[in-house]
Ligand binder design. Sequence first.
Ligand SMILES: [Cu+2]
Length: 177
Amino acid sequence: MSLSFVRGVCIATTILVSQFTFAGAGHSGDQGVGQPGHSTPSRTIEVVMHDNYYDVDSLDIKEGETVRFVIKNQGQLVHEFNIGTEKMHAAHEPEMLMMVQHGVLKGSSIDHEAAKSMQATMGHGSHDEPNSLLLEPGKSGEIIWTFPQHAKDEIQFACNVPGHYAAGMVGTVNLVH
Ligand SMILES: [Cu+2]
């Protein structure tokens, strides 16, 4: 089985899942930040996460461009790479606080069993939104994302682990012509 086939299946699964998760408050939907990528990415952008900052402050991305993000967590804490507006991030942080309170999100790890029971009882907890990656220390992951032609509100990539956005773990996406 070729790698590209596996990747194709992954993307298809992500899109399928996203149809069910888009309804959740504070999640991506298409609130002007774009949507899960379904065309071939024009390039790969690597972003490294540390405690508590990204190795880039801003990214220049073409209007309508599809990008593959490869995200690496080189910190000692769990971090997130989430594509949204300031408002979306502000709505997401309390949900991640609930993940902390339910024992899903620990400082340096994710308790997947606790995530399952939180998902079962509350319909939230597994954190599988297509616009976001939540990574434990040393882990890496990938998002393929298609940016919009125009953004009414500034698009930001940010970490919504409680306290991290306020600590400066946020960067801006400049949509360029
Ligand atoms: Cu973080």
